[in-house]
Design a binder for this molecule. Structure first.
Ligand code: IFM
Length: 451
Protein backbone atom coordinates (compact mmCIF):
# COMPACT_ATOMS: atom_id res chain seq x y z
CA UNK A 1 0.00 0.00 0.00
CA UNK A 2 1.31 3.49 -0.87
CA UNK A 3 2.13 5.74 2.02
CA UNK A 4 1.63 9.48 2.24
CA UNK A 5 4.61 10.80 4.16
CA UNK A 6 5.13 14.28 5.54
CA UNK A 7 8.37 16.28 5.72
CA UNK A 8 10.76 15.40 8.50
CA UNK A 9 10.18 17.63 11.57
CA UNK A 10 6.53 18.22 10.68
CA UNK A 11 4.59 18.92 13.90
CA UNK A 12 1.47 16.86 14.57
CA UNK A 13 -0.59 18.45 17.29
CA UNK A 14 -4.01 18.72 18.83
CA UNK A 15 -5.74 21.88 20.03
CA UNK A 16 -8.10 23.04 22.76
CA UNK A 17 -9.08 26.34 24.40
CA UNK A 18 -9.41 27.45 28.01
CA UNK A 19 -13.15 28.15 28.26
CA UNK A 20 -14.00 25.08 26.23
CA UNK A 21 -12.14 22.62 28.46
CA UNK A 22 -11.02 24.02 31.81
CA UNK A 23 -14.16 24.40 33.91
CA UNK A 24 -13.25 25.48 37.47
CA UNK A 25 -14.67 28.90 36.67
CA UNK A 26 -14.82 29.95 40.30
CA UNK A 27 -11.49 28.53 41.41
CA UNK A 28 -8.22 30.11 42.44
CA UNK A 29 -9.51 33.68 42.03
CA UNK A 30 -10.28 33.39 38.33
CA UNK A 31 -12.30 36.45 37.27
CA UNK A 32 -15.62 36.32 35.45
CA UNK A 33 -15.41 36.16 31.64
CA UNK A 34 -17.83 37.26 28.95
CA UNK A 35 -18.70 33.60 28.36
CA UNK A 36 -19.62 33.07 32.03
CA UNK A 37 -21.91 36.09 31.91
CA UNK A 38 -23.39 35.12 28.53
CA UNK A 39 -24.02 31.47 29.39
CA UNK A 40 -25.47 32.22 32.82
CA UNK A 41 -28.30 34.30 31.35
CA UNK A 42 -29.99 30.98 30.44
CA UNK A 43 -32.55 32.35 28.03
CA UNK A 44 -31.96 29.61 25.47
CA UNK A 45 -29.01 31.20 23.73
CA UNK A 46 -26.85 28.19 24.67
CA UNK A 47 -27.86 24.63 23.78
CA UNK A 48 -29.82 23.00 26.60
CA UNK A 49 -29.12 25.98 28.92
CA UNK A 50 -25.60 24.59 29.42
CA UNK A 51 -22.44 26.48 30.36
CA UNK A 52 -18.69 25.96 30.67
CA UNK A 53 -18.62 25.88 34.47
CA UNK A 54 -17.29 22.33 34.55
CA UNK A 55 -16.63 21.58 30.87
CA UNK A 56 -13.96 18.81 30.64
CA UNK A 57 -12.61 19.67 34.09
CA UNK A 58 -9.24 20.08 32.36
CA UNK A 59 -8.20 22.40 35.19
CA UNK A 60 -7.94 19.33 37.42
CA UNK A 61 -7.65 16.52 34.88
CA UNK A 62 -4.98 17.87 32.53
CA UNK A 63 -2.44 15.25 33.69
CA UNK A 64 -4.79 12.54 32.44
CA UNK A 65 -5.29 14.29 29.10
CA UNK A 66 -1.56 14.77 28.70
CA UNK A 67 -1.11 11.06 29.48
CA UNK A 68 -3.53 10.22 26.65
CA UNK A 69 -1.66 12.56 24.31
CA UNK A 70 1.53 10.75 25.16
CA UNK A 71 -0.11 7.41 24.50
CA UNK A 72 -1.11 8.71 21.05
CA UNK A 73 2.33 10.18 20.33
CA UNK A 74 0.84 13.63 19.70
CA UNK A 75 3.79 16.02 19.40
CA UNK A 76 2.27 19.29 20.52
CA UNK A 77 -0.68 20.77 22.40
CA UNK A 78 -2.14 24.08 21.37
CA UNK A 79 -3.94 25.34 24.51
CA UNK A 80 -5.07 28.78 25.51
CA UNK A 81 -4.57 30.88 28.58
CA UNK A 82 -7.60 32.37 30.32
CA UNK A 83 -6.75 36.07 30.69
CA UNK A 84 -9.11 36.20 33.68
CA UNK A 85 -7.02 33.66 35.60
CA UNK A 86 -4.02 35.98 35.28
CA UNK A 87 -5.79 39.33 35.65
CA UNK A 88 -9.20 38.61 37.21
CA UNK A 89 -10.17 42.23 36.49
CA UNK A 90 -8.51 42.21 33.07
CA UNK A 91 -5.73 44.53 34.27
CA UNK A 92 -4.14 45.66 37.53
CA UNK A 93 -2.72 43.05 39.84
CA UNK A 94 -1.57 39.63 38.74
CA UNK A 95 -3.14 36.52 40.23
CA UNK A 96 -0.16 34.28 41.01
CA UNK A 97 -2.39 31.20 41.24
CA UNK A 98 -3.25 31.62 37.56
CA UNK A 99 0.41 31.83 36.59
CA UNK A 100 1.16 28.77 38.73
CA UNK A 101 -1.55 26.77 36.98
CA UNK A 102 -0.24 27.48 33.48
CA UNK A 103 3.36 26.89 34.54
CA UNK A 104 2.47 23.51 35.99
CA UNK A 105 0.44 22.58 32.90
CA UNK A 106 3.28 23.62 30.60
CA UNK A 107 5.89 21.79 32.66
CA UNK A 108 3.76 18.64 32.58
CA UNK A 109 3.61 18.85 28.79
CA UNK A 110 7.37 19.19 28.57
CA UNK A 111 7.97 16.33 31.01
CA UNK A 112 5.93 14.17 28.64
CA UNK A 113 7.85 15.29 25.57
CA UNK A 114 4.98 17.41 24.25
CA UNK A 115 5.70 20.83 22.74
CA UNK A 116 3.58 23.64 24.20
CA UNK A 117 1.94 26.10 21.82
CA UNK A 118 0.12 28.77 23.85
CA UNK A 119 -2.69 30.96 22.58
CA UNK A 120 -3.09 34.18 24.55
CA UNK A 121 -6.66 35.00 23.64
CA UNK A 122 -9.33 32.53 22.58
CA UNK A 123 -12.51 34.60 23.14
CA UNK A 124 -12.85 34.47 26.95
CA UNK A 125 -12.41 38.16 27.67
CA UNK A 126 -12.53 39.20 31.33
CA UNK A 127 -16.02 40.61 31.93
CA UNK A 128 -14.47 43.62 33.67
CA UNK A 129 -12.99 44.65 30.31
CA UNK A 130 -16.27 44.08 28.52
CA UNK A 131 -17.75 46.50 31.03
CA UNK A 132 -15.32 49.06 29.61
CA UNK A 133 -16.58 48.43 26.07
CA UNK A 134 -14.74 45.21 25.24
CA UNK A 135 -12.88 45.19 21.93
CA UNK A 136 -14.63 48.38 20.80
CA UNK A 137 -12.49 50.24 23.32
CA UNK A 138 -9.14 51.34 21.83
CA UNK A 139 -7.41 50.90 25.20
CA UNK A 140 -7.89 47.15 24.93
CA UNK A 141 -4.75 46.75 22.82
CA UNK A 142 -2.71 48.23 25.68
CA UNK A 143 -4.38 46.03 28.32
CA UNK A 144 -3.77 43.02 26.09
CA UNK A 145 -0.13 44.07 25.66
CA UNK A 146 0.35 44.13 29.45
CA UNK A 147 -1.27 40.73 29.80
CA UNK A 148 0.72 39.25 26.91
CA UNK A 149 4.01 40.55 28.30
CA UNK A 150 3.14 39.14 31.72
CA UNK A 151 2.71 35.73 30.14
CA UNK A 152 5.88 35.98 28.05
CA UNK A 153 7.77 36.67 31.28
CA UNK A 154 5.97 33.92 33.18
CA UNK A 155 6.24 31.15 30.57
CA UNK A 156 8.77 32.40 28.03
CA UNK A 157 11.41 29.93 29.20
CA UNK A 158 9.01 27.02 28.57
CA UNK A 159 6.85 27.94 25.59
CA UNK A 160 8.54 28.02 22.17
CA UNK A 161 5.45 29.01 20.15
CA UNK A 162 2.81 31.62 20.83
CA UNK A 163 -0.44 32.57 19.16
CA UNK A 164 -1.66 36.07 19.86
CA UNK A 165 -5.36 35.92 18.98
CA UNK A 166 -7.73 33.21 17.85
CA UNK A 167 -9.99 33.92 14.87
CA UNK A 168 -10.66 37.64 14.68
CA UNK A 169 -13.29 37.03 11.98
CA UNK A 170 -15.39 34.50 13.91
CA UNK A 171 -15.06 36.31 17.23
CA UNK A 172 -16.19 39.64 15.78
CA UNK A 173 -18.79 38.18 13.39
CA UNK A 174 -20.51 35.98 15.98
CA UNK A 175 -19.87 38.14 19.03
CA UNK A 176 -20.36 41.68 17.71
CA UNK A 177 -22.41 41.37 14.54
CA UNK A 178 -24.71 38.33 14.66
CA UNK A 179 -25.21 38.11 18.42
CA UNK A 180 -24.53 34.36 18.40
CA UNK A 181 -21.60 34.40 20.81
CA UNK A 182 -20.55 36.46 23.80
CA UNK A 183 -20.73 39.39 24.20
CA UNK A 184 -23.88 39.08 22.07
CA UNK A 185 -23.86 42.38 20.15
CA UNK A 186 -25.56 42.94 16.79
CA UNK A 187 -23.76 45.79 15.12
CA UNK A 188 -21.66 45.34 11.99
CA UNK A 189 -19.74 48.62 12.42
CA UNK A 190 -18.90 47.59 15.98
CA UNK A 191 -17.62 44.26 14.67
CA UNK A 192 -15.16 46.00 12.35
CA UNK A 193 -14.02 48.28 15.17
CA UNK A 194 -13.54 45.28 17.47
CA UNK A 195 -11.60 43.57 14.69
CA UNK A 196 -9.35 46.60 14.29
CA UNK A 197 -8.55 46.62 18.00
CA UNK A 198 -8.00 42.86 18.07
CA UNK A 199 -5.49 43.22 15.25
CA UNK A 200 -3.84 46.13 17.12
CA UNK A 201 -3.65 43.88 20.17
CA UNK A 202 -2.01 41.19 18.03
CA UNK A 203 0.57 43.78 16.93
CA UNK A 204 1.19 44.78 20.56
CA UNK A 205 1.79 41.15 21.43
CA UNK A 206 4.24 40.61 18.57
CA UNK A 207 6.09 43.86 19.34
CA UNK A 208 6.49 43.07 23.03
CA UNK A 209 7.54 39.50 22.31
CA UNK A 210 10.25 40.65 19.91
CA UNK A 211 11.52 43.18 22.45
CA UNK A 212 12.16 40.31 24.85
CA UNK A 213 14.35 38.42 22.37
CA UNK A 214 13.36 35.07 23.74
CA UNK A 215 14.06 33.24 20.49
CA UNK A 216 10.63 31.60 20.16
CA UNK A 217 8.07 32.08 17.42
CA UNK A 218 4.85 34.06 17.39
CA UNK A 219 1.89 34.23 15.02
CA UNK A 220 -1.90 34.57 14.86
CA UNK A 221 -4.65 32.03 14.11
CA UNK A 222 -7.24 33.11 11.58
CA UNK A 223 -10.35 31.22 10.55
CA UNK A 224 -10.86 30.91 6.81
CA UNK A 225 -13.49 29.27 4.64
CA UNK A 226 -12.60 29.48 0.99
CA UNK A 227 -15.43 31.28 -0.84
CA UNK A 228 -16.75 29.96 -4.17
CA UNK A 229 -19.66 31.35 -6.20
CA UNK A 230 -22.74 29.13 -6.01
CA UNK A 231 -23.42 29.65 -9.73
CA UNK A 232 -21.53 31.23 -12.62
CA UNK A 233 -23.69 34.39 -12.47
CA UNK A 234 -21.92 37.73 -12.15
CA UNK A 235 -23.93 38.45 -9.01
CA UNK A 236 -22.86 35.23 -7.31
CA UNK A 237 -19.26 35.78 -8.32
CA UNK A 238 -19.34 39.25 -6.79
CA UNK A 239 -21.02 37.83 -3.65
CA UNK A 240 -18.22 35.25 -3.29
CA UNK A 241 -15.60 37.95 -3.80
CA UNK A 242 -17.17 40.03 -1.01
CA UNK A 243 -17.20 37.04 1.34
CA UNK A 244 -13.53 36.43 0.57
CA UNK A 245 -12.94 40.15 1.00
CA UNK A 246 -14.49 40.13 4.46
CA UNK A 247 -13.50 36.78 5.89
CA UNK A 248 -9.99 36.50 4.45
CA UNK A 249 -8.59 39.78 3.09
CA UNK A 250 -10.06 42.16 5.70
CA UNK A 251 -8.44 40.22 8.52
CA UNK A 252 -5.22 39.20 6.74
CA UNK A 253 -4.10 41.95 4.35
CA UNK A 254 -3.41 44.38 7.26
CA UNK A 255 -1.27 41.77 9.05
CA UNK A 256 1.01 41.60 6.04
CA UNK A 257 1.33 45.35 5.55
CA UNK A 258 -1.24 45.67 2.75
CA UNK A 259 -3.73 47.75 4.74
CA UNK A 260 -7.46 47.14 4.58
CA UNK A 261 -8.71 46.04 1.14
CA UNK A 262 -9.87 49.21 -0.60
CA UNK A 263 -12.66 47.51 -2.57
CA UNK A 264 -14.20 46.28 0.69
CA UNK A 265 -13.78 49.64 2.42
CA UNK A 266 -15.63 51.28 -0.52
CA UNK A 267 -18.35 48.65 -0.40
CA UNK A 268 -18.87 49.10 3.32
CA UNK A 269 -19.06 52.89 2.94
CA UNK A 270 -21.65 52.44 0.20
CA UNK A 271 -23.71 50.32 2.62
CA UNK A 272 -23.62 52.89 5.41
CA UNK A 273 -21.13 51.02 7.60
CA UNK A 274 -18.95 53.17 9.86
CA UNK A 275 -15.37 52.12 9.28
CA UNK A 276 -12.91 51.98 12.20
CA UNK A 277 -10.98 55.21 12.64
CA UNK A 278 -7.36 54.51 11.86
CA UNK A 279 -4.91 56.43 14.05
CA UNK A 280 -1.30 57.18 13.20
CA UNK A 281 0.79 54.08 13.70
CA UNK A 282 -2.13 51.61 13.76
CA UNK A 283 -1.35 49.92 10.48
CA UNK A 284 2.37 49.70 11.30
CA UNK A 285 1.53 48.09 14.63
CA UNK A 286 -0.87 45.60 13.05
CA UNK A 287 1.77 44.58 10.50
CA UNK A 288 4.59 43.88 12.98
CA UNK A 289 6.33 40.97 11.23
CA UNK A 290 5.26 37.63 12.67
CA UNK A 291 6.86 34.20 12.30
CA UNK A 292 3.92 32.19 11.00
CA UNK A 293 0.30 32.41 10.01
CA UNK A 294 -2.03 30.01 11.83
CA UNK A 295 -4.84 28.70 9.65
CA UNK A 296 -8.09 27.30 11.02
CA UNK A 297 -10.08 25.67 8.23
CA UNK A 298 -13.27 23.61 8.41
CA UNK A 299 -15.44 24.13 5.33
CA UNK A 300 -15.89 26.13 2.12
CA UNK A 301 -18.41 28.95 1.65
CA UNK A 302 -20.58 28.58 -1.48
CA UNK A 303 -21.97 32.08 -1.86
CA UNK A 304 -24.93 33.57 -3.67
CA UNK A 305 -26.15 37.12 -4.08
CA UNK A 306 -28.53 37.83 -1.21
CA UNK A 307 -29.69 41.46 -1.12
CA UNK A 308 -31.43 40.85 2.23
CA UNK A 309 -28.22 40.13 4.11
CA UNK A 310 -26.75 43.47 5.14
CA UNK A 311 -24.10 44.69 4.52
CA UNK A 312 -22.33 42.02 2.47
CA UNK A 313 -25.37 40.95 0.42
CA UNK A 314 -23.97 37.49 0.16
CA UNK A 315 -25.09 34.29 1.88
CA UNK A 316 -23.99 30.69 1.73
CA UNK A 317 -25.90 27.56 0.81
CA UNK A 318 -25.32 23.83 0.99
CA UNK A 319 -24.59 22.42 -2.44
CA UNK A 320 -25.16 18.69 -2.01
CA UNK A 321 -21.71 17.76 -0.75
CA UNK A 322 -21.54 15.52 2.33
CA UNK A 323 -21.67 17.57 5.51
CA UNK A 324 -20.79 17.20 9.17
CA UNK A 325 -22.94 17.52 12.28
CA UNK A 326 -22.45 21.32 12.12
CA UNK A 327 -23.95 21.35 8.59
CA UNK A 328 -20.51 22.23 7.31
CA UNK A 329 -19.80 20.80 3.87
CA UNK A 330 -16.73 18.64 3.46
CA UNK A 331 -14.57 20.13 0.74
CA UNK A 332 -10.81 19.46 1.03
CA UNK A 333 -10.08 21.41 -2.14
CA UNK A 334 -11.14 24.46 -0.10
CA UNK A 335 -8.16 23.84 2.15
CA UNK A 336 -5.79 23.30 -0.77
CA UNK A 337 -7.00 26.46 -2.53
CA UNK A 338 -6.81 28.44 0.70
CA UNK A 339 -3.24 27.38 1.42
CA UNK A 340 -2.09 28.21 -2.09
CA UNK A 341 -3.93 31.61 -2.09
CA UNK A 342 -2.31 32.53 1.22
CA UNK A 343 1.08 31.46 -0.08
CA UNK A 344 0.61 33.51 -3.26
CA UNK A 345 -0.93 36.64 -1.73
CA UNK A 346 1.28 37.02 1.34
CA UNK A 347 4.72 36.24 0.00
CA UNK A 348 5.09 32.61 1.05
CA UNK A 349 4.56 32.82 4.81
CA UNK A 350 5.29 29.86 7.07
CA UNK A 351 1.87 28.35 7.73
CA UNK A 352 0.65 26.15 10.55
CA UNK A 353 -2.80 24.62 10.45
CA UNK A 354 -3.79 25.47 13.98
CA UNK A 355 -7.28 23.91 13.70
CA UNK A 356 -9.00 21.48 11.37
CA UNK A 357 -11.53 18.82 12.27
CA UNK A 358 -15.14 17.73 12.21
CA UNK A 359 -18.06 17.12 14.56
CA UNK A 360 -20.10 13.94 14.37
CA UNK A 361 -22.79 12.20 16.37
CA UNK A 362 -20.32 9.92 18.13
CA UNK A 363 -21.51 7.15 20.39
CA UNK A 364 -20.02 4.27 22.34
CA UNK A 365 -20.76 1.05 20.47
CA UNK A 366 -21.36 -2.48 21.77
CA UNK A 367 -17.61 -3.04 21.99
CA UNK A 368 -17.14 0.10 24.04
CA UNK A 369 -15.52 1.85 21.08
CA UNK A 370 -16.23 5.06 19.21
CA UNK A 371 -15.99 3.89 15.61
CA UNK A 372 -15.88 7.34 14.00
CA UNK A 373 -14.85 6.46 10.49
CA UNK A 374 -16.41 9.69 9.17
CA UNK A 375 -13.85 11.67 11.23
CA UNK A 376 -10.98 9.52 9.93
CA UNK A 377 -12.25 10.11 6.40
CA UNK A 378 -12.37 13.87 6.99
CA UNK A 379 -8.81 13.86 8.37
CA UNK A 380 -7.55 11.67 5.55
CA UNK A 381 -8.99 13.89 2.81
CA UNK A 382 -7.81 17.13 4.37
CA UNK A 383 -4.34 15.76 5.01
CA UNK A 384 -4.07 14.74 1.37
CA UNK A 385 -4.89 18.36 0.53
CA UNK A 386 -2.11 19.48 2.90
CA UNK A 387 0.39 17.13 1.31
CA UNK A 388 -0.51 18.42 -2.16
CA UNK A 389 -0.11 22.01 -0.98
CA UNK A 390 3.33 21.19 0.43
CA UNK A 391 4.27 19.53 -2.88
CA UNK A 392 3.22 22.74 -4.61
CA UNK A 393 5.53 24.84 -2.45
CA UNK A 394 3.39 25.96 0.50
CA UNK A 395 5.55 26.29 3.63
CA UNK A 396 3.27 24.27 5.87
CA UNK A 397 5.09 22.86 8.90
CA UNK A 398 2.42 21.89 11.43
CA UNK A 399 -1.09 20.51 11.70
CA UNK A 400 -3.21 20.69 14.85
CA UNK A 401 -6.37 18.59 14.93
CA UNK A 402 -9.38 20.25 16.47
CA UNK A 403 -9.83 18.99 19.04
CA UNK A 404 -7.97 16.89 21.59
CA UNK A 405 -11.14 15.97 23.48
CA UNK A 406 -14.80 16.73 22.95
CA UNK A 407 -15.48 20.04 24.67
CA UNK A 408 -17.88 22.94 25.09
CA UNK A 409 -18.59 24.07 21.53
CA UNK A 410 -19.55 27.62 22.58
CA UNK A 411 -23.31 28.19 22.03
CA UNK A 412 -23.70 24.59 20.85
CA UNK A 413 -22.11 23.46 24.13
CA UNK A 414 -21.94 19.65 24.48
CA UNK A 415 -24.11 19.00 21.42
CA UNK A 416 -21.17 19.04 18.98
CA UNK A 417 -18.30 16.62 19.46
CA UNK A 418 -15.04 17.49 17.69
CA UNK A 419 -12.61 15.42 19.79
CA UNK A 420 -10.12 12.70 18.97
CA UNK A 421 -11.01 11.62 22.50
CA UNK A 422 -14.61 11.10 23.60
CA UNK A 423 -15.84 12.73 26.76
CA UNK A 424 -18.60 11.30 28.88
CA UNK A 425 -19.62 14.55 30.56
CA UNK A 426 -21.60 12.79 33.31
CA UNK A 427 -18.59 10.84 34.58
CA UNK A 428 -15.72 12.82 32.99
CA UNK A 429 -14.49 9.53 31.57
CA UNK A 430 -12.29 9.84 28.47
CA UNK A 431 -12.27 7.22 25.69
CA UNK A 432 -9.89 7.42 22.75
CA UNK A 433 -11.91 7.33 19.53
CA UNK A 434 -10.82 5.23 16.55
CA UNK A 435 -9.88 8.52 14.85
CA UNK A 436 -7.60 9.24 17.80
CA UNK A 437 -5.86 5.89 17.23
CA UNK A 438 -5.58 6.62 13.49
CA UNK A 439 -4.16 10.07 14.19
CA UNK A 440 -1.82 8.61 16.81
CA UNK A 441 -0.39 6.26 14.23
CA UNK A 442 0.19 9.20 11.92
CA UNK A 443 1.94 11.10 14.72
CA UNK A 444 4.18 8.09 15.36
CA UNK A 445 5.07 7.28 11.75
CA UNK A 446 4.70 10.70 10.11
CA UNK A 447 2.68 8.94 7.41
CA UNK A 448 -0.63 7.28 6.64
CA UNK A 449 -1.72 4.61 4.19
CA UNK A 450 -3.19 5.77 0.95
CA UNK A 451 -6.35 3.82 0.18
O1 IFM B 1 -14.52 25.15 18.72
C1 IFM B 1 -14.15 26.12 17.82
C2 IFM B 1 -12.88 26.80 18.26
O2 IFM B 1 -12.99 27.36 19.53
C3 IFM B 1 -12.52 27.92 17.30
N1 IFM B 1 -12.50 27.42 15.95
C4 IFM B 1 -13.61 26.65 15.48
C5 IFM B 1 -13.90 25.53 16.45
C6 IFM B 1 -15.09 24.69 15.94
O3 IFM B 1 -16.21 25.52 15.78
Amino acid sequence: MDKITFPKDFTWGAACASYQVEGAVGEDSRGETIWDRYSHIRDGRIYNLEDGDTACDFYHRYPEDIGLMKELNIHSLRYSIAWSRIFPEGKGSVNQKGIDFYRKLTETLLENGIKPCATLYHWDLPQALQDLGGWCNRDMAGYYGEYAETMFRALGDLVPEWITINETYIHTRNGYYLGLHAPGLRDFSASLLAGHNLMRAHGEGVKRYRAMNSGGKIGISNNYGTAYPLTGSKEDQAAAARQEGWRRRWFTDPLFGKGYPQDMAEWYKSQGVTLPKIHDGDMELISEPMDFLGVNYYHPDYMYYDPKFWPNQSSSKLTGLPYTECNWEIEPRGLYDLLTFLDRDYNHPVIKITENGSAWRDYINREGKIADDNRIDYLYRHLLACRKAIDDGVKLNAYYAWSLTDNIEWSEATSLRFGLIYLDYATQKRIIKESGRWYGNLCRTNSFDMV
